[in-house]
Design a protein around this ligand. Structure first.
Ligand code: PLP
Ligand code: COI
Length: 339
C-alpha cells in the first residue's frame, strides 16, 4: 500500500481492501458477501439508473488513544436508511443486518482506520440500489446493499475553522413534501448547480431557504444548520431537510451543557441575532460559520465577528469529538466498540 498521509487527508475516495454486499432477491435479503471488486455489474434498465431508486448513508469509525475502534450511532443510520426505504419503496434492511455489515466492512479494512493523532477517521458509506430492470416507473424487485469505507479528513476547508456560506435562491434542493427528509441521490443531483455557484463565488457551501416561502433557513448542501443565542441552541424544523444524526447528538449535548434547545422554523432575519452558528453533519462535524451572504438580496449576515469559532461551538465540537474518539465517557450509549 502506498503510504497514506493521515494528517493531510481530504474528504475523498481512497481504495480500501474490501467492500461487503447483500443482495435482495425473491423477496428476501441473502447472506453477506465479501468483495474486493470496486465495480458493480448491473442491468442497463436497473431502477437506480433510471428512476433514482438509490439511498445512501454516511457514518464514521474512529481510532481512540486506547487503540480501540468506535463507530458512532450506527443504529441511527440504520433507522434513517429504513425511513428512506419507506420513502422510495425499497425493502428495508434490519438494524441487525446493517450492524453486521458495518462491523464487517470496518474490521476487514482495519489497516485503513487513521491513527488517533491524525484527527482523521474512516468514513463508512452504505448504499442501497434497485438493480432489476423496469421500463415503466415501478419499484425494482431486486436490490443490492453495499458498504464501502474510505479514510477521510475534513469536509470543509480548514476543519474546525470558520468559513463563509451563501444563500442560493435560484435553485431548490427539495420540495416541502418531497424527498428532502430522505437520503436519496436525487437530492444531491438537485444541489449540484447551487453548490457549483457557491464554490464559483468563493463560498464553502450553499444554503437553502424553504422552497415554499423562501423565508426560513433549511440547511446547507450536506449539513444541517444551528445557531446559538441567549444560551439557546436553535435549529430549523422543516419538512424538506435531512434529519441529521450529528444535529440530534448536538441537541442532546447542548441540553447536557445547560443550554435550551429549540427546533422551530428559523427566519432568515434571525441570522442577524446569532452569536454563533455552525453547519453540522457526519462529514462536516461542526463547521463554524463566519458569515452567510444572501447575494440575490444583497444582505450579509456576519456571525463570527472576530472570524474565530465561538465558545459554544468549540465546547460542543470538543465534546462530540471526545465521545467519538473515546476521550470522553459515552454516557448516552452512542458508540459501538469494534471487538
Ligand atoms: N443534511 C444533508 C443534506 C446531508 O447530506 C447530511 C449528511 O449526512 C446532513 C445533513 C448531516 O447528517 P448526519 O449528521 O446524519 O451526517
Ligand atoms: C455525510 O455527512 O455523511 C454526508 O453524507 C455528506 C456528503 C458527503 C453527502
Amino acid at each position: 500500500m502506498k503510504e497514506i498521509d493521515w494528517a493531510n487527508l481530504s474528504f475523498g475516495y481512497i481504495k480500501t481492501d474490501y467492500n461487503v454486499r447483500i443482495y435482495y432477491r425473491n423477496e428476501q435479503w441473502g447472506e453477506l458477501e465479501v468483495c474486493s471488486e470496486e465495480t458493480i455489474p448491473m442491468h442497463m434498465a436497473a431502477t437506480c439508473l433510471h428512476y433514482g431508486q438509490e439511498a445512501f448513508e454516511g457514518l464514521k469509525a474512529f481510532r481512540g488513544k486506547d487503540g480501540k475502534v468506535r463507530i458512532f450511532r450506527l443504529e441511527e443510520n440504520a433507522a434513517r436508511l429504513q425511513s428512506t426505504c419507506r420513502g422510495i419503496l425499497m425493502p428495508e434492511l434490519s438494524t441487525e443486518r446493517f450492524r453486521e455489515a458495518v462491523l464487517k466492512a470496518v474490521k476487514l479494512n482495519e489497516r485503513f482506520i487513521p491513527p488517533y493523532e491524525s484527527g482523521a477517521s474512516l468514513y463508512i458509506r452504505p448504499l442501497l440500489i434497485g438493480t432489476s430492470a423496469q421500463v415503466g416507473v415501478h419499484p425494482a424487485t431486486e436490490y443490492l446493499f453495499v458498504i464501502f469505507v474510505t479514510p477521510v479528513g475534513p469536509y470543509f476547508r480548514g476543519g474546525f475553522a470558520t468559513n463563509p456560506y451563501v444563500i442560493i435562491r435560484e435553485f431548490d434542493r427539495a420540495a416541502p413534501l418531497g424527498t428532502g427528509i430522505y437520503k436519496v441521490g436525487g437530492n444531491y443531483a438537485a444541489s449540484l448547480r447551487a453548490n457549483k455557484k457557491a464554490h464559483d463565488l468563493g463560498y464553502s457551501s450553499e444554503f437553502y431557504l424553504d422552497a415554499k416561502e423562501k423565508k426560513y433557513i433549511d440547511e446547507c448542501g450536506a449539513a444541517n444548520f444551528f445557531g446559538i443565542r441567549n444560551n439557546t441552541y436553535i435549529t430549523p424544523k422543516s419538512t424538506s431537510i435531512l434529519p441529521s444524526i450529528t444535529n440530534k447528538s448536538l441537541m442532546q449535548l447542548a441540553e447536557d451543557m445547560g443550554l435550551k434547545v429549540e427546533r422551530r422554523p428559523v427566519p432568515e432575519e434571525e441570522l442577524n441575532l446569532f452569536e454563533e452558528a455552525g453547519a453540522c453533519g457526519t462529514a462536516a462535524v461542526i463547521s463554524p460559520i463566519e458569515r452567510i451572504d444572501d447575494v440575490e438580496s444583497g444582505k450579509s449576515y456576519v456571525i463570527a465577528k472576530d472570524g474565530k469559532p465561538g465558545p459554544v461551538c468549540t465546547k460542543l465540537y470538543n465534546k462530540l469529538r471526545g465521545i467519538q474518539y473515546g476521550d470522553e465517557p459515552d454516557t448516552h450509549g452512542w458508540v459501538t466498540i469494534v471487538e
